[in-house]
Write a protein that binds this ligand. Structure first.
Ligand code: GRF
Length: 217
């Protein structure tokens, strides 16, 4: 007998290549889950097309329709909660979320950030890594806490920075890793292996280091 599928809600603002990785992982059985809804804050987000093509329900909650972050987040939270998800996945969702929103989903809200956190929170991460002369760029899947990009890491992947790399080439290489580690961390979560405890992550009762685990091919 197969276990009941867990429910995911995915929030996007753009291309949705990470969303596509989740669509594929659900379709091929890597994840015993279904995406209940894809929610975007922009009607033109290409990821909405990916969702529609896969027969997944979509919703748009446009931040421009609301006077305040709080008002937007309230409607966003209601739209999510209507699906009673086991996990809420931020996949290129380019809005800063209020503490009230984050706390409402505490312990079941994940994000992917294209740097080796705690390095380079915020934007332009790949250019900043190149400018700093770093040997490696990378990506971090982390639980979301009220501090922007400050929630505890679960899993990281590294990518070597070559002399010929620019921000775009690096972004493409990092995205390939994103598409592997985000569904993997999600599988761990859905299997009950991950717990957010304060500002730390437990995996199978082991406290993870402040960088989380490092993905090894
Ligand atoms: C990714 O680089 C992700 O790390 C960041 O936003 C980008 C989203 O890309 N948070 P996509 O929309 O999944 O292609």
């Amino acid at each position: 007998m197969t276990a009941v599928k867990k429910k995911l809600v995915v929030l996007i603002s753009g291309s949705g290549s990470n969303l596509q990785a989740f669509i594929d992982a659900c379709a091929n059985g890597d994840l015993n889950a279904q995406i209940s809804c894809v929610i975007a804050n922009k009607a033109e987000a290409f990821g909405l097309q990916r969702a529609a093509d896969a027969g997944i329900k979509t919703a748009v909650v446009n931040h421009k329709d609301y006077d305040s972050r709080e008002a937007f987040d309230t409607v966003l939270a209601q739209t999510i909660q209507a699906h009673k998800p086991d996990l809420v996945i931020l996949a290129g969702f380019m809005r800063i979320l209020t503490p009230a929103f984050v706390n409402a989903f505490a312990g079941k809200l994940m994000n992917i950030h294209p740097s080796l956190l705690p390095k380079y929170t915020g934007l332009n991460t790949h250019q900043r890594a190149i400018d700093a002369g770093d040997d490696f760029a990378g990506v971090t899947v982390h639980f979301v806490t009220p501090e922007l990009d400050g929630g505890p890491p679960i899993l990281q992947a590294k990518v070597a920075i070559d002399a010929s790399d620019d921000a775009e080439s690096l972004a493409q290489k990092v995205l390939q890793k994103e598409h592997i580690i985000y569904p993997l961390a999600t599988k761990w979560f859905l299997d009950g292996q991950l717990t957010l405890q304060g500002n730390s992550v437990l995996k199978d009762k082991d406290l993870l280091s402040k960088n989380g685990l490092l993905y090894q091919e």
